[in-house]
Design a protein around this ligand. Structure first.
Ligand code: IPM
Ligand code: MN
Length: 351
């Protein structure tokens, strides 16, 4: 099979972790006789510096003419403390999600047996955790009406959802639940927010079409608490954009390192695969960042292209590297650690 994959390395540690994913994917492609045509394109602060825009049209063209997009990270500290910056790297990510119609963000959270004691949570609570968030990604407060009034002294961001937006996300949730343990949790704040009441109403209606799925409805604040107490109670969770942003960062703690959790953003056509961590500017250029979240995101990419064996190959070698202690310093706990590039080389050689 010939694959065209847009390669958006982005900022900070993005290029370093992306390089490792490329090594591993190339090795997998070779093993299974595929040919990957990588198509690099600019995004984030790197794109602002080069062309003044975080998601240039040319990058969009590259994405839509590819089979999938592999993405590193974006964000740069020089924008974070400058509220007046007109163009920000994050706008590139939001524009990309919107223009590519990526309305569903799939964020799995699972534990690795060899890392169970790296988690700050107790072993007996987290053992066997295997849950998936489906976060709505192109609506809600991220894309609602916003502005300033009162000479700039009042600011607002509005959270708007349509029934159709909720339905298409929830449909993916029900379908995923049917393939897994037939358990779905709708996370909202329906005791306060009107948009949440529309979520709940819509999901309740849809539940009639999936009689086998047991659906629970929980408030986001309660989920925030229960998620780290009893993660095994959950399987598939669906939620709106900002609740999902917050809860998935929280959930990543369960696995022991944010550097491990992959994600897929899917929707109308091609998918985008990216680690859930950010650009980690403090580590940029030091060859110390954990590349596994990006490499596991590449496994999700293969899965979505119906290349399940290829995906499994990646997951198996990642497990082997963890079991053998071939890990970056975030997981080494003072023991021997490997450079980002060494982990990539080790994995690629193992394929
Ligand atoms: C994420 C990130 C983004 C988000 C930022 C960088 C805009 O935190 O992918 O979770 O809030 O969606
Ligand atoms: Mn986030």
């Amino acid at each position: 099979m010939k694959l065209n994959i847009a390669l958006l390395a982005g900022d900070g540690i993005g290029p370093e972790v992306i390089d490792q994913a490329v090594k591993v994917c190339d090795a997998v492609a070779k093993k299974f006789s595929h040919e990957i045509n990588w198509k690099p394109a600019l995004t984030g602060a790197a794109a602002i510096d080069a062309v003044g825009e975080p998601y240039p049209d040319e990058t969009h063209e590259t994405c839509i003419s590819s089979d999938a997009v592999l993405f590193g990270a974006i964000g740069h500290p020089r924008f974070d403390n400058d509220p007046s910056a007109k163009v920000r790297p994050e706008q590139g990510l939001l524009k990309m999600r919107q223009k590519l119609g990526l309305f569903a963000n799939v964020r799995p959270t699972f534990t690795f047996p060899s890392l169970i004691d790296k988690s700050p949570l107790k072993r007996e609570r987290i053992e066997g955790t295997d849950l998936v968030f489906l976060r709505e990604l192109t609506g809600g407060i991220y894309f609602g009406k916003r502005g300033r009034e009162d000479n700039g002294d009042t600011a607002y961001d509005t959270c708007t959802y349509t029934r159709a937006e909720i339905q298409r996300l929830a449909k993916k949730g029900f379908e995923l639940a049917m393939k897994r343990s037939k358990k779905l949790c709708c996370v909202d704040k329906a005791n306060v927010l009107e948009s949440s009441r529309l979520w709940r109403e819509t999901v309740q209606e849809m539940a009639k079409d999936y009689p086998e799925v047991s659906v629970s409805y929980e408030f986001v604040d309660a989920v925030a608490m229960r998620l780290v107490q009893w993660p095994n109670d959950y399987d598939v969770l669906i939620t709106e954009n900002m609740f999902g942003d917050i809860l998935t960062d929280e959930a990543s703690v369960i696995s022991g390192s944010m550097g491990l959790m992959p994600s897929a953003s899917v929707g109308e056509s091609i998918g985008l695969y990216e680690p859930i961590h950010g650009s980690y500017p403090q580590a940029a250029g030091k060859d110390i960042a954990n590349p596994l979240a990006t490499i596991l995101s590449a496994a999700m990419l293969f899965d979505d292209l119906n290349l399940a064996e290829e995906a499994e190959t990646i997951r198996n070698i990642v497990n082997a590297s963890l079991a053998e202690g071939v890990v970056t310093e975030d997981l080494a706990e003072g023991g021997k650690s490997y450079k980002t590039s060494e982990v990539g080389d080790w994995l690629a050689a193992r394929v």
